[in-house]
Design a protein around this ligand. Structure first.
Ligand code: ADP
Ligand code: MG
Length: 267
């Protein structure tokens, strides 16, 4: 199988400080080490893709970035992670606030069993954003527009979010993340439950959101990584094997293990 051709190799014009910086991050589940000494910078003007075979630690690493591993009792994280220079494990860091700043979209769309409007308004309301109904209407409309869903739902905002199609539900979840004005959006295989047309819409949306938010996406689909990202990190057995420009990873990898993976020598 030929390696996928990177399609979006646009490079940001300036070299800014990274939005997030992970240094020497390891994760253990009980006494089993799932992630070994991973260091990656995440930039806000590009999309970063995490690829690698199933079980290599992609989701585990993604979850360290907004402390979602805190919700797994057996998980223990070591190392240092900064958001805009702030240590996300510092006692001054409010984890609810952190997860608003670093939003997450999951593999399976998981809208609340509430109206489309409420799915989007919920976060801003608990974070005290928006002052009254008309402000909230503006936030909801803006978030749904940004998530590319407004035209499809504007006449049925009071219908349940769970009644939407899978692709629409996933865009609703993206709107929900956007509504609290995040700095980073983490996406864990956001298209794996979607059909090709819904997948194409999400990929298009990622293009549109790039530059406004730092985006990190886990995907087991190398073609998708090549299409949507400017940086790619390849993980294998809990190690970060290679991290670089997407174009280089797919056309000129430095490591044999990367070559083996992108040419389909192992799953
Ligand atoms: P990926 O997303 O690349 O498929 P994961 O991060 O889900 O990989 O898993 C990495 C390793 O950690 C695997 O060996 C997996 O079995 C283990 N793991 C993941 N989540 C848990 C958990 N909640 N408890 C115990 N082990 C886990
Ligand atoms: Mg995973």
């Amino acid at each position: 199988m030929p390696a996928p051709e990177p399609q979006d190799t646009a490079e940001p014009a300036t070299e800014r400080a990274p939005k997030m910086r992970a240094s020497n991050v390891s994760v253990f589940y009980g006494d089993k080490q799932a992630l070994k000494d991973v260091s990656i910078d995440i930039h806000d003007d590009r999309v970063t893709a995490f690829i690698g075979p199933s079980g290599c630690g992609k989701s585990t690493f993604l979850r360290t970035l907004n402390r979602m591993n805190d919700t797994i009792p057996s998980a223990r994280v070591t190392g240092h992670i900064e958001l805009e220079g702030e240590d996300i494990h510092a006692s001054a860091m409010d984890v609810v606030q952190l997860r608003a700043r670093v939003g997450m979209v999951f593999q399976k769309p998981n809208p609340f069993p509430k109206s489309i409007y409420e799915n989007v308004a919920y976060g801003p309301r608990i974070h005290g954003l928006g002052d009254g109904k008309s402000d909230m209407d503006v936030i909801v409309e803006k978030s749904l527009k940004r998530a590319g869903l407004w035209d499809e739902v504007k006449d049925r905002l009071q219908e349940s979010g769970t009644a939407l199609s899978g692709g629409q539900q996933q865009r609703l979840c993206i709107a929900r993340a956007i509504a609290v004005d995040p700095e980073v959006i983490l996406m864990d295989e956001p298209c794996s439950a979607l059909d090709p047309i819904a997948t194409a819409k999400i990929e298009e949306l990622i293009h549109e959101l790039r530059g406004r938010y730092a985006i990190a996406i886990v995907t087991h689909n190398m073609q998708q990584a090549a299409r949507v990202s400017q940086r790619t990190a390849f993980f294998h057995l809990g190690e970060l094997i290679e991290y670089g420009k997407t174009k280089d990873i797919f056309t000129n990898p430095r490591e044999q293990r990367t070559t083996d993976y992108i040419t389909g020598r192992y799953g």
